[in-house]
Ligand binder design. Structure first.
Ligand code: NAP
Length: 333
């Protein structure tokens, strides 16, 4: 639905909530973001009877919209494709009565209530806000990352590791994530080439020791992945020693990029408290530094980053919103 039409015509079932078929800009709850956390928050808020809007951005579905099979989301014995899972979550939201607009929030004003969320053409109001804008894995910046996304290049070993059995793999990075992913991937891979741009790891000592003691992991120090090659699937990674400029081509079936994440919080600078890496700082459960503004999912979570945990945080934020709106109403009486 185009933004300038406002949040209007929604699919309703006979036994579902009745949504007025009119342009609407004022809501009880505005959720920014449509990954597992945003959709789950939408389901819970609408089901609790709140007039709820999800501003989903132009590519709804978050990181799962770009993945292939998801084997670790409970309820799907035979796995489910990431985009299908997100479409189902979206439909479930709409069935509950959540208004969803595929438009991008370009500005917010959380300084006064009701809170405002602006798109390029519309201004929406919410008595409560849930920030669910997620995070994106930091990219190496190689053309091949796009070409071989889902065909050898991955940003999540927990999600994709089991698809890479009996292959040699490259892991890029030197922090806790890279070491954790490399160690985890040794369960499946025949060999891991860990490529790090410096000569010492950033990862904690205990994790370093574990990796150094793992004979399946080879370390390529002072090195960077500079090219990814293949046909239908990735078949080679070219790495370069940054000190000697020597280039080496590795025959590998996959590349796991683990060089950190970038939370999507640019919009919220100067509105809610962010930490030094840009993640939303939570004050109590899912509350942010502004009363009435909540956050859910990878936008605050730098540890778990799973679809199921994001969905769980979305549920928590919706329950916290319910408590906040109920208490606000009590105060006004
Ligand atoms: P991180 O600690 O920021 O490490 C990122 C790594 O990627 C660094 O080694 C960095 O190199 C490298 N890197 C960054 N940009 C790069 C680029 N453009 N090209 C090549 N390499 C690049 O990120 P993280 O490992 O994802 O960890 C994030 C946080 O989560 C940390 O606080 C970490 O402790 C925590 N974490 C904890 C656990 C655990 O305890 N089990 C597991 C995972 C993550 P340099 O070292 O040269 O900067």
């Amino acid at each position: 639905m185009a933004a300038d039409e406002g949040a209007t015509v929604l699919e309703t079932k006979d036994d579902g909530p009745k949504i007025p078929n009119e342009k609407k800009t004022k809501f009880d709850v505005v959720i920014i973001g449509a990954g597992p956390s945003g959709y789950t928050a939408g389901i819970y808020c609408s089901r609790a009877g709140y007039d709820t809007l999800i501003l989903s951005g132009i590519l709804p579905g978050g990181q799962l919209a770009n993945t292939t099979e998801v084997e670790n989301y409970p309820g799907f014995e035979n796995a489910i494709m990431g985009p299908d899972l997100m479409i189902d979550m979206r439909k479930q939201c709409q069935k509950m009565g959540t208004a969803i607009i595929d438009d991008v929030a370009v500005d917010v004003d959380f300084r006064r209530k009701p809170f405002k969320v602006l798109t390029a053409t519309e201004e929406y109001e919410g008595r409560a806000i849930i920030v669910a804008t997620g995070a994106n894995p930091r990219k190496l910046g190689l053309e091949g990352e796009q070409t071989f996304a889902g065909k050898g290049v991955s940003y999540c070993a927990t999600c994709d590791g089991p698809f890479f059995r009996n292959l040699e793999l490259v892991v890029a990075g030197g922090g806790d994530s890279a070491i954790e992913e490399a160690t985890f991937l040794t369960k499946f891979a025949t060999k891991i080439h860990l490529v790090h741009r410096r000569s010492e790891l950033r990862a904690s000592k205990v994790m370093q020791e574990r990796a150094f003691n793992n004979e399946k992991i080879d370390f390529h120090w002072d090195s960077a992945v500079i090219d990814i090659k293949g046909d239908q699937k990735m078949q080679q990674a070219v790495i370069k020693n940054l000190k000697t400029n020597e280039e080496t081509t590795l025959d590998v079936g996959g590349l796991f990029v683990a060089i950190g994440h970038v939370p999507n919080t640019e919009l919220f600078k100067n509105q809610i408290e962010l930490d030094d890496k840009g993640y939303v700082v939570l004050k109590n459960q899912t509350s942010t530094s502004v009363e009435g503004v909540f956050a859910a999912g990878d936008v605050h979570d730098r540890t778990y980053r799973q679809a199921v945990t994001a969905a769980g945080f979305g549920c928590m934020a919706a329950i916290d919103v319910d408590k906040y709106l109920t208490e606000s109403a009590d105060k006004q009486e």
